[in-house]
Design a protein around this ligand. Structure first.
Ligand code: ADE
Length: 268
């Protein structure tokens, strides 16, 4: 019998081989999580996706899935859909975590792409229309000043590393901070600065939490609709730029999917 040291080395080798065989398979199923229909519809058109009318989701929920094949990839775009009572998009972390969970369970994707709009910090180099890929995501409105709970609240997680994709597409890279408000209170601002974030959104860290729970790699594509440290009021600036910036997001998301086509996770 081999000495114990050899055996454990062999077990380790086998474990490494098992991991890399998953990461070495070409990516086949992509799940986009997109909070607003306005952000999703241009992509649905671009990838020529069909709305799923026999929902994979529980009966009666407003969640919407579009699906189809594009360049050898099974593409899914899932949106939380319209709030049943109010008719507006179900933005924010609660809906995002639910649809991410249900979609991963139903579709078993190889990769999650959370795509959407974000506020950007001019002082950190963000401009309107920039599309960022986030290296790291965290929350800025979960303050729990008790040891260890504080770190849990911030919930910082790393995105899948995509060095080759970054090089190829020349995307801006920055940290993303997530909270359930469009505005920014002074307390939120302090947390965002502590998170070293360049952009802020309302879903990213929630998607990252679920992706981490279910062990699905995730990337975050965020297009800047408003400058948070500028002088225009955020709601007006956001609505004014939403359509044009969505077009930029759309172009980048297409480039990303084109790049992913035929590649495995380790090649990104
Ligand atoms: N999405 C677009 N702009 C935003 C902002 N300023 N804050 C949070 N989410 C956003």
């Amino acid at each position: 019998a081999p000495p114990h040291g050899d055996k454990s080395a062999k077990v380790k080798e086998e474990a490494a081989a098992a991991v890399s065989s998953v990461d070495n398979r070409p990516i086949s199923t992509i799940l986009f999580i997109v909070a607003m229909q306005t952000e999703a519809l241009p992509l649905v058109k671009k990838f020529q996706l069909t709305e799923d009318l026999n929902s994979v989701f529980p009966k009666g929920v407003p969640w919407v899935r579009f699906y189809g094949n594009y360049k050898g990839l099974a593409i899914n775009i899932v949106c939380p859909g319209k709030d049943p009572a109010l008719g507006v998009d179900g933005v924010g972390t609660v809906s995002a975590s639910l649809v991410t969970y249900a979609s991963v369970q139903a579709l078993q994707p190889d990769l999650i792409i959370n795509a959407g709009t974000a506020g950007g910090f001019g002082a950190k180099g963000a401009s309107i229309g920039d599309v960022f890929i986030s290296s790291e995501v965290a929350f800025h409105d979960r303050r729990i000043p008790i040891p260890v709970f504080d770190i849990y609240g911030v919930g910082s997680r790393k995105a899948l590393a995509t060095p080759n994709l970054l090089k190829e597409l020349n995307l801006k890279v920055g940290k993303l901070s997530t909270g359930d408000s469009l505005d920014m209170s002074p307390m939120d601002e302090a947390s965002i600065i502590a998170n070293d974030a360049t952009i802020k959104d309302m879903e990213g860290a929630a998607v990252a939490y679920v992706a981490d729970l279910l062990k699905v790699p995730a990337i975050f594509l965020k297009a800047v609709t408003d400058i948070v440290d500028g002088d225009k009021p955020t709601p007006e600036e956001f609505l004014e730029n939403l359509a044009a910036v969505t077009a930029a997001l759309d172009r980048t998301a297409t480039q990303v999917v084109d790049y992913i086509s035929g590649k495995c996770l380790l090649e990104l």
